[in-house]
Design a protein around this ligand. Structure first.
Ligand SMILES: Nc1ncnc2c1ncn2[C@@H]1O[C@H](COP(=O)(O)OP(=O)(O)OP(=O)(O)O)[C@@H](O)[C@H]1O
Length: 732
């Protein structure tokens, strides 16, 4: 049995994971929690394997559900409750969900009505009563119908409904009746089979006769029935004390004599289920903050489900920049798990191509990032549209994860949307993995005069093009320009010093990325040079999706040594064994520091992260929504509070904030960029697993051996002592 199987993972999935050479990670602790049906907030360091921790149990549950459906089985719960009067799990509309106890139903479909009938009905004679309570805003209609009736109660001859707008309906005829009802109102539903009459009460007040039941309908059994539009109702068929006692002569439905009770045929042998799987309604929705990350998670799912067959789990990637027609085609063919970015996902939902009615997992990967990107409302909106109880009676599960989950907005969202979530959090605060060695170097143009006589330097961002910057005048603008030039030099120096042949380099803006790309290619002898020591590719929002994808691939295949990117690639990107990363500028969003440096030191391999920090203020571009071109050909170098598109960037302040947030002092190194290795015993090879780990472990065993031996001796002494006392007493 694999370690993963011990956590409840199916052998087929365990095998796939084993083939990926996965050893058990700390983070798999979330797996049993998710398999157990809970909501989980998963906070763990970068590179610790969060993707697997949520994908594995989801794939498993989705597959098991498909298998049950294929075998014609509904929820396992059904068998337990079928002897009772409950709402049917089978005789119901596809968007209507029923709780496991069968006493509450909900539909989050906003445009269509979805209905449901009870597992049993009454026929012949007798007077019967049940209660229905409105438990959420929305529109509902409740009453009685025969098995022949449409689930849209009251729209044919066989159904008799009383609606929240104060109308009764039968055979599509809607007439005023009683009064309107809504949230918390209790509707009493009366059926008198002796005289063939249906009536209702509201909060115990009799509303008078509603219908006479035609003879041909009366000969069939009548079942309690309900139809909802984005609403929820709970039911009491008499197993609990009624809120309002029925008038005399009427009995609770559950007390009906056996001879008068008829089992609902739908869902029992010989019956047919109306709750067929809906093709474009997946069971799991996983939202990712970037296309690259969505694709990465999608690829992991493909690997994990490799050995799962009969039925096949169908996954779909839903991201922008890709032909939407293909995605719609795939949706229509049937999907089970969707991974995507928020924008395209919502487009497909709002146009009806993607349905949320069968969704049982709602996953927000890099949740704090999604919220910071402004998707709070979109997330709330999607959550509102997903039924909180699945069609087979399970509660919707929400899984939220990130390496930086300790953010105020995440906690607020969890309170708002999640159901008693469990925090899986080993550190209790945002932290950097031990495998990431991170240092800063101060770039000080007042101490380091090199910028004054550079023959060749990086093209700067042009912020100071109109300023009088020149060596010697020492203005803030000159020093700022000097920092930009020096950072190009320091970047090349870092590469040379550490003989980097693979690294991610983060810049603040797309323009900075483009400039660095040009510069590295120039230093390396040109982008087409075969001996280019600094071959590089760019990944940022202005590059076309196909180019982004191709560039990432080239970097992964080591056809390019350096990946230069903006924060679009800060989160989640998993590049096996990446040894180095460089921050040309610190991120202003402190959580992104953790994510950026977390591109190295993943899956227990060591990594080095170097951040260049300007000691003086640096004037930089800041194009907000006020900038009509959002930066393209914008040369408005006035400050933002003067209506311009520049700010003074204060890196030492950002550094202090990051240190404060992480509760650490980040080691500073000299401008020669040499990183002292003694702390790591000189045995570190960045990109490789730590050599000393094994040795440490062996030492640890050797150190512990005497203590363990002593413990074992004490244990056997205690047992002997106990046995002597126990049997000694017995003999006496
Ligand atoms: N149990 C395991 N054994 C070995 N490797 C693993 C295990 N779990 C995950 N990995 C590997 O670790 C790497 C990091 O995993 P993953 O991308 O899920 O990290 P993460 O926690 O989501 O990080 P981030 O916060 O940066 O997104 C991946 O390459 C993955 O294949």
């Amino acid at each position: 049995m694999t370690a993963f199987e011990e956590m409840g993972v199916l052998p087929e999935i365990g095998k796939a994971v084993e083939e990926m050479d996965w050893i058990q990670h700390t983070h798999v602790h979330s797996i049993p929690l998710i398999l157990g049906g809970g909501d989980v907030l998963m906070a763990a360091e970068t590179g610790s394997g969060k993707t697997g921790a949520f994908c594995l149990p989801i794939i498993q549950i989705v597959w098991e559900t498909l298998k049950d459906l294929e075998a014609g089985k509904g929820s396992k719960i059904i068998a337990q409750i079928s002897p009772h009067w409950t709402l049917s799990f089978f005789d119901r509309g596809s968007a209507l969900a029923v709780t496991p106890d069968g006493l509450r139903c909900q539909s989050r479909e906003q445009k269509e009505w979805h209905g449901c009938r009870c597992t049993k009905g009454v026929q012949g004679k007798g007077k019967y009563y049940f209660e229905a309570t409105v438990t959420d805003e929305g529109v509902c209609r409740v009453g009685w119908s025969t098995q022949q009736a449409s689930l849209d109660l009251g729209t044919d001859r066989f159904g008799f409904g009383f609606g929240g707008t104060g109308k009764k309906s039968n055979n599509k005829q809607f007439d005023n009746y009683g009064e309107a009802f809504g949230m918390h109102d209790v509707i009493g539903c009366y059926l008198d089979l002796d005289i063939g009459e249906i009536k209702f009460s509201k909060n115990g007040v009799d509303l008078g006769k509603a219908f006479s039941i035609p003879q041909q309908v009366k000969s069939a059994a009548l079942y309690p029935a309900v139809v909802l539009k984005n609403a929820e109702m709970s039911f009491n068929f008499g197993a609990q004390p009624f809120k309002h006692q029925p008038e005399s002569g009427y009995i609770a439905l559950c007390e009906a004599a056996k001879d008068n009770v008829k089992q609902n045929e739908i869902g029992t042998a010989g019956g047919s289920s109306q709750s067929k799987p809906v093709k474009n309604a997946p069971q799991a929705i996983i939202i990712e903050p970037s296309r690259e990350l969505a694709e990465q998670t999608y690829n992991q799912i493909v690997k994990f489900k490799k050995h799962l067959e009969n039925p096949q789990v169908r996954e779909l990637l839903v991201i922008g920049g890709v032909n939407v027609k293909e995605q719609i085609g795939a949706l229509n063919a049937g999907v089970d798990i969707i991974v995507g970015t928020p924008g395209r996902m919502e487009d497909l939902i709002s146009t009806g191509h993607l349905s949320l009615t069968q969704c049982r997992f709602f996953v927000l990967d890099e949740a704090d990032g999604l919220l910071k990107q402004g998707y709070t409302e979109l997330i709330d909106r999607l959550h509102r549209q997903i039924p909180k109880i699945t069609s087979d009676g399970h509660r919707l599960q929400m899984i939220v994860c990130s390496a930086t989950l300790h953010a105020f907005e995440v906690k607020k969202m969890a309170e708002r949307l999640m159901h008693f979530p469990t925090w899986v959090d080993l550190k209790g605060e945002d932290a950097v993995p031990e495998t990431v060695h991170h240092v800063v170097v101060m770039v000080d143009p007042q101490k380091d005069n090199n910028w004054q006589n550079l023959r060749r330097h990086i093209q700067t961002d042009g912020v100071h093009a109109k300023d009088n910057v020149r060596p010697g005048n020492n203005t803030a603008e000159t020093l700022s320009e000097a920092v930009k030039m020096l950072k190009g030099e320091y970047c090349v120096r870092a590469i040379n010093e550490h003989k980097m042949d693979r690294a991610i380099i983060f810049c603040r803006t797309k323009l900075d990325c483009d400039n660095l790309e040009k510069y590295l290619n120039q230093v390396g002898g040109g982008s087409h040079s075969r001996n280019n020591q600094y071959s590089c590719v760019c990944l940022h929002g202005d590059r076309k999706p196909a180019e982004r994808k191709a560039n990432l691939e080239r970097f992964k295949k080591q056809e390019a040594k350096f990946l230069i990117c903006t924060d679009v690639a800060a989160r989640g990107l998993d590049i096996t064994g990446l040894p180095f990363m460089v921050n040309i500028t610190l991120p202003d969003e402190k959580s992104n520091y953790v994510h950026r440096i977390g591109r190295v030191g993943r899956a227990e391999r060591m990594g080095l992260a170097i951040s260049l920090v300007s000691s003086v203020p640096e004037k930089v571009w800041y194009h907000g929504e006020w900038c009509s071109s959002r930066g393209r050909n914008c040369w408005n170098t006035r400050l933002t509070d003067e209506g311009g598109c520049c700010i003074w960037y204060n890196e030492p302040r950002y550094l202090a904030e990051i240190e404060d947030h992480l509760n650490v002092t980040i080691q500073q190194v000299e401008p020669d960029l040499k990183v002292p290795m003694d702390e790591f015993d000189g045995k570190v090879t960045y990109g490789q697993k730590r050599q000393q780990m094994g040795t440490n472990y062996e030492n640890h065993v050797a150190q512990m051996a005497p203590a363990v031996q002593e413990l074992s001796q004490l244990e056997s002494k205690t047992q002997l002592f106990y046995l002597k006392r126990h049997f000694g007493k017995m003999r006496n």
